[in-house]
Ligand binder design. Structure first.
Ligand SMILES: *Cc1c(COP(=O)(O)O)cnc(C)c1O
Length: 350
């Protein structure tokens, strides 16, 4: 017998979205990647960091990713002591649980949203509670005072794409005895965000990722904004060299090129609005989305059938077997041309 901890031996492990081997043969709309390349300045910065002979790679990176914190702090209007950089925002979600929820203590999140929190809690041995949603996308049965250690709110919600009113998030901050983590993986595609609440409430943490809006899923870059005391705790827990040199160069260059960023986001929002309208013409029910994907339901409410039809045409979207989501599909917003081809396929599938 290998003496694994009981919770590790018993857990299933998280299954990420499918990444096909022959990527170029697919229209890939299943993991909310950005269809546009990162800023050309990112490529320049990475190449400059490597140099002609890779000399810099011999040396450890800056352990604290200081330049990235400063750039993000400038961008969002916070002192760098309120910012931490991470190897993907997933690293932060993990370390928040490690910092705040001990074995047997409770964390919570909304279902449906990001189920990875449950996996991270299982590893830690923390207990998991979920809160459902009403028909009007409000939290069902959230207590007047929630006593758990952490409550994760994905805003805009994934995989559904709607947003909670900012006043409601503010109210939640007051109702949480523990920390309120607003997972803003998609906030760059929305009209509002909760950064101002970090200044106002000491128990609010905002997490961001460069994977989606900055086209850097392959670099693994995320960040969090919170009180310096929280940042200091997260700094104790993280791998001391959590960002490699190339990731740090990429983070800095991409955050600095706001012109390129804004143009990418504009195109995706424009395509999202047009694609939503076209899906409705085809009879699909579509939740108005503030993210870079839409959740769409065919008239026969058989998401699996349409998923398979698209798969057969080498178009990958996300279907969830969860009974609350299996009627629909989450479709990432690609280029206009990719979405036109997806619509053609949906017309064929019927
Ligand atoms: C994509 C995503 C993440 C993970 O982002 P990474 O920075 O790529 O680790 C976190 N939360 C939600 C809700 C996401 O959709």
């Amino acid at each position: 017998m290998i003496p694994l901890r009981k919770n590790i031996a018993e857990m299933a492990g998280y299954v990420p979205g499918f990444q096909p081997r022959d990527e170029a043969a697919w229209i890939k709309l299943n993991t909310n990647e950005n269809p546009y390349p990162p800023s050309p300045k990112v490529v320049e910065a990475i190449l400059a960091e490597i140099g002609s002979r890779g000399e810099s790679l011999r040396k450890y990176p800056d352990a604290a990713s200081r330049l990235g914190r400063e750039e993000a702090g400038r961008l969002y209007g916070f002192d760098p002591s309120w910012v931490i950089m991470a190897n993907g925002s997933d690293e932060l979600l993990n370390n928040l649980i490690r910092a705040f929820a001990g074995e047997g203590e409770e964390i919570a999140f909304v279902h449906p949203s990001y189920s990875y929190y449950a996996t991270l809690a299982e590893i830690q041995g923390a207990r998991v509670r979920t809160f459902g949603l009403t028909e009007k996308w409000e939290l069902a049965d959230f207590p007047k005072r929630y006593e758990g250690k952490l409550f994760f709110l994905v805003n805009p919600n994934a995989p559904l794409g709607f947003t909670y009113p900012l006043e409601f998030i503010e109210e939640l901050a007051g109702r949480c005895a523990g920390m309120l983590v607003v997972d803003e993986a998609y906030a760059d595609f929305a009209d509002e965000n909760a950064l101002a609440l970090v200044k106002k409430y000491e128990n609010v943490v905002v997490t961001r990722t460069l994977s989606k809006s900055y086209s850097l899923a392959g670099m693994r870059l995320g960040l969090a904004v919170a009180r310096p005391q929280v940042i200091e705790a997260l700094d104790k827990i993280r791998d001391h060299y959590n960002l490699d040199r190339l990731a740090q160069a990429a983070a800095l260059a991409s955050l600095a090129d706001q012109t390129y960023f804004a143009e990418c986001v504009r195109k995706i929002r424009e395509t999202r609005a047009w694609f939503t309208g076209e899906l409705r013409v085809l009879g699909y029910g579509v939740i108005p989305s503030r993210a870079n994907f839409v959740f769409a339901t065919p008239t026969d409410r058989n998401g699996k059938r349409v998923y398979q039809g698209l798969f057969d045409r080498q178009i990958l979207v996300r279907h969830f077997s969860d009974p609350q989501l299996s009627h629909g599909l989450r479709i990432s917003i690609g280029t206009r041309e990719e979405m036109e081809r997806t619509l053609d396929a949906l017309r064929e599938i019927g």
